[in-house]
Design a protein around this ligand. Structure first.
Ligand code: HXC
Length: 516
């Protein structure tokens, strides 16, 4: 073969490789409101930054007619690129090739990109759009998933991993996203389920469509498997760079510092208007987070799931922080099974990636109820205690109003490991609410009184006045500072700054055994 022929062959192969499943299948993809794999990468990455790995890999399967279905690249595009100038490794499955199904070489390409991300210490982004294990390749597909799950797990806590589901993600394929840190989904486009509607109908008789079974609303609202829901692919891929800007490249680095125009000593006096004088009336803790953090920096995560606790990333004086807090609007901001899982996993993410933690506390306790007890609230609730005690990043607590019982310990106790505990003048710290406490400790006195109801009211007030203020705990050194409304932002920024060089290590262990 002469040079000209070699060049022609190269051109032909290149064109073929770029073409994936062909123009007709790309059009079908567009007709479903979906982009093709390379179009997605173009939208996400800085122009000209993509470097592809192994683009000519092909399936070597000959089973079930596979020798006539060989596509260069094997249905996935993998490699590295830059987002806002910062490197990432990534893959995008190509649904136009055998439905993006995962065969041996497809899996090998993904695994290679994962290894590259880990070797180079950069975030890993996986764009899923696949019918799952390639049925024709049988056991090789299953082994391929095994390899990917293994790599996801090894990379967990070392590099940030984000799954973007832009199509079906069926069968065992769902477990790779489930191991990653964050899952993004698009309404009407993304589906995740272990067994599809047909199998469910055959096994249990239940009837449901793909969206109702595993659409974005289900996983961001009901199951908690996903973290963000978008209305279009474009919106999703445009949000990803903003989200990444809060994260470090890997666990050895700090998150990027981002200059802010918001004065660090800006007054937060409006907090006094936000917090209702009546301690039983709710308010939106997200307003508190937005008020105290750098303007416009608070990004809520899992906003539709376990809404009695909020979690999110924000910046304080330009530094990324992880905020979690009680949401008085939902179930009075209690901790329960789902919110404990949500908060604990978020704490562990932040701790893995050197992100200081801020808890915003207005919590009456763990949610009472037979369903909660039988559902394992003891085990689930323990996760927050474990995650906080284990976290070595700076941990700052701001008690806004109630901090009662076990939930006080979880969200603001110095003994558990909070480095700095701040309280607003409105803070109430107690084993339980005044009513419950008075009924127990003054039971005899109340029952024996001439007018038990009057006595009860007196005793509740006595307990409230005597115990439920921040200065009792402050007197024991359990609160570091009682902060006026106006100074909350300034105090939080200063607290993060003072703790940023914190160094703490755990006793040597292979790993702990968090109650799962
Ligand atoms: C091989 C597949 C495939 C698969 C889809 N295709 N899924 N080929 N293996 N798993 C092919 C189709 O045959 C078709 O090829 C093309 O991709 C497009 O698929 P359509 O069905 O035409 O597309 P659509 O109507 O959009 O439906 C998409 C879908 C459906 C919902 C994903 O294809 C589907 O239900 N696929 C099977 C999903 C599934 O059960 N996966 C689980 C596999 S077992 P042609 O050439 O005809 O156009 C598994 C276990 C892994 O994943 C365990 C790991 C631990």
């Amino acid at each position: 073969m002469n040079h000209k022929e070699s060049v022609q062959r190269h051109e032909k192969m290149y064109k073929q490789m770029r073409d994936g499943g062909g123009a007709k299948r790309r059009e079908a993809q567009h007709a479903k409101g979906k982009l093709a794999a390379r179009e997605r990468l173009d939208l996400l990455l800085d122009e000209g930054s993509f470097i592809e790995q192994q683009p000519y890999a092909v399936s070597r399967s000959t089973d079930f007619g596979m020798e006539s279905k060989r596509f260069l690249g094997d249905g996935v595009v993998t490699g590295t690129g830059k987002i806002d100038g910062r490197q990432v490794c990534l893959f995008a499955q190509d649904f136009t090739v055998l439905g993006g199904s995962l065969g041996e070489m497809h899996a090998e390409r993904i695994a290679d990109a994962q290894r590259l991300a880990l070797k180079t210490g950069v975030p890993f982004i996986q764009i899923n759009d696949s019918g799952g294990a390639r049925i024709q390749e049988g056991i090789h597909s299953l082994e391929g998933y095994g390899k990917i799950f293994h790599n996801n797990t090894r990379a967990s806590g070392v590099i940030p991993q984000i799954s973007v589901i832009l199509g079906p993600c069926a069968g065992g394929a769902v477990y790779s996203p489930a191991i990653t840190d964050f899952v993004f989904m698009v309404d009407g486009v993304s589906n995740m389920y272990i067994t599809g509607p047909e199998v469910i109908k055959a096994v249990t008789g239940e009837q449901i469509d793909h969206e109702g079974l595993g659409g974005a609303a289900v996983h961001t609202g009901t199951s908690g498997n996903a973290h963000f829901k978008f209305s279009s692919e474009q919106e999703c891929l445009e949000f990803l760079p903003k989200f990444l800007s809060y994260l470090p490249m890997n666990n050895m680095e700090d998150p990027p510092w981002v200059e802010t125009d918001d004065p660090v000593d800006r007054s937060t006096e409006e907090l006094s208007d936000l917090l209702p004088a009546d301690g039983k009336r709710p308010y939106d803790m997200r307003d508190v987070a937005e008020m105290v953090c750098d303007e416009g920096s608070f990004i809520e995560i899992q906003s539709d799931y376990a809404q009695n606790q909020i979690i999110g990333l924000a910046r304080l004086g330009g530094r990324t922080v992880g905020v979690f807090g009680s949401q008085p609007f939902f179930n009075a901001g209690t901790l329960d099974i789902d919110s404990s899982d949500k908060v604990a996993r978020f704490i562990r993410f932040c701790d893995s990636f050197n992100i200081p933690l801020i808890s915003l506390v207005d919590v009456p306790g763990y949610l009472p109820g037979v369903g909660q007890e039988h559902g394992g609230v003891i085990r689930h609730g323990a996760k927050i205690l474990y995650a906080i005690a284990e976290a070595t990043v700076p941990k700052i607590s701001l008690i806004v109003r109630k901090a009662y019982g076990g939930a006080y310990i979880a969200m603001s106790s110095k003994a558990l490991g909070y480095d700095r505990v701040l309280a607003l003048p409105t803070a109430e710290i107690a084993v339980m609410g005044a009513e419950g406490a008075a009924n127990i400790i003054f039971r005899q006195e109340i029952n024996e009184a001439e007018d038990p109801e009057k006595k009860r009211a007196e005793k509740i007030e006595e307990y409230q006045k005597g115990v439920m203020n921040p200065f009792i705990a402050a007197g024991y050194g359990l609160i570091d500072e009682v902060v006026g409304f106006a100074n909350v932002r300034r105090e939080l920024v200063r607290s993060v700054e003072m703790l940023i060089r914190k160094h703490d290590t755990l006793p040597w262990k292979k790993h702990g055994n968090i109650p799962l």
